[in-house]
Ligand binder design. Structure first.
Ligand SMILES: [Zn+2]
Length: 69
């Protein structure tokens, strides 16, 4: 399980059921990446940000993809 996003596209992320010990960590959500099979325990804002970024790239905006580092 990772605590950071993987290198796959966020559109592959699927919400998964959190384990009981994850409940106090309400700021993070559990996702399953269908591309690499990893479980990701990350803040949902991270996923929303990446999805928005991917959508922007898809629409042909010339925002540099490397801007986020
Ligand atoms: Zn992945």
């Amino acid at each position: 399980m990772r605590l950071t996003v993987c290198n796959c596209r966020a559109e592959n992320y699927q919400r998964a059921q959190r384990k009981w010990w994850m409940r106090p960590l309400w700021s993070r959500r559990l996702y399953h990446c269908r591309a690499c099979g990893e479980m990701l325990f990350i803040p949902p804002t991270e996923v929303l940000f990446r999805r928005a970024e991917e959508k922007a790239v898809h629409l042909g905006n010339d925002t540099p993809a490397t801007a986020a580092g």
